[in-house]
Design a protein around this ligand. Structure first.
Ligand code: SF4
Length: 249
């Protein structure tokens, strides 16, 4: 995608949603870290349901450690892989208390050293809580980047590097949210809703669905490639390769 088209792409997404935010509910940076860590194989709505009572009770790593693994499991048992996630959340909370004075570090290496925290989760926290211009490549961003031609790459790291290189100011801070929301609600995995897409004329995807109800022209090869990328994204984020978070079924 050409440089001026990239600027226009984000200008339009920004115009439609000037203040993009994560759809995960949280009250502080620690709660955001926990919510993102347990969000694999769950929708944001599902995570928010599970954390509503938990976050009313637990606001710090020390409180989470005091709550304990078994009680945490009870809170998040509606979410896939809750046993592993509970174990990781307790372990990362212990590490935050022991090594970081109970604070969430604003540093990617320190974040990814925490149990269950991959590069994607770290980038979400750095962007959302610390206002850093990071690009957390999840399944939606991986798909939108490759489909549109905005940021092509075979791995999440490659797409992230392309975004870092190409996304212009003043859109760098919000780019991650705009792309996720665009992928989640318009540029959907199975049937992109190109007929109502605000960037349809800028997008380089050859299989556009320009009429509501029409069948997607996406080839099986493209879908398989996308799934491989999704699997890689989740694997490298320390997450399972099954149905991705928020992916339309
Ligand atoms: S035109 Fe279609 S494929 Fe391109 S970004 Fe919009 S929804 Fe996605």
């Amino acid at each position: 995608m050409k440089k001026d088209h990239i600027f226009e792409f984000f200008r339009r997404l920004a115009e439609a949603n000037p203040a993009p935010e994560t759809e995960l509910a949280f009250g502080n940076t620690y709660q955001l870290l926990v919510a993102v860590t347990i969000s694999a194989q769950a929708t944001d709505v599902g995570v928010n349901k599970a954390t509503k009572r938990l976050f009313a009770q637990v606001t710090t790593p020390a409180q989470m450690v005091a709550l304990g693994e078994e009680a945490l499991k009870e809170h998040i048992k509606s979410i896939g892989l809750f046993n592993t996630k509970a174990k990781n959340v307790i372990a990362l909370s212990e590490m935050l208390v022991r090594d970081h004075g109970g604070e969430v570090p604003a540093d990617r290496d320190a974040l990814t050293a925490l149990p269950g925290v991959g590069r994607k989760t770290a980038n979400v926290v750095l962007n959302t809580a610390f206002g850093m211009e990071t690009f957390a490549v999840d399944t939606h961003i991986f798909r939108v980047g490759n489909r549109t031609g905005l940021a092509k790459g075979k791995t999440p790291e490659a797409v992230e590097a392309q975004l870092d290189k190409k996304v212009p100011a003043p859109f760098r801070l919000g780019a991650h949210h705009w792309l996720i929301l665009h992928g989640r609600y318009v540029c959907k995995a199975r049937t992109p809703e190109c007929w109502r897409c605000t960037v349809v004329d800028l997008c380089g995807f050859k299989g556009k669905v320009l009429e509501k109800g029409a069948k997607p022209a996406t080839t099986p090869k493209t879908r398989a490639t996308s799934r491989k990328g999704d699997a890689r994204a989740r694997s490298q984020a320390g997450k399972p390769a099954a149905r991705p978070e928020g992916e339309p079924s």
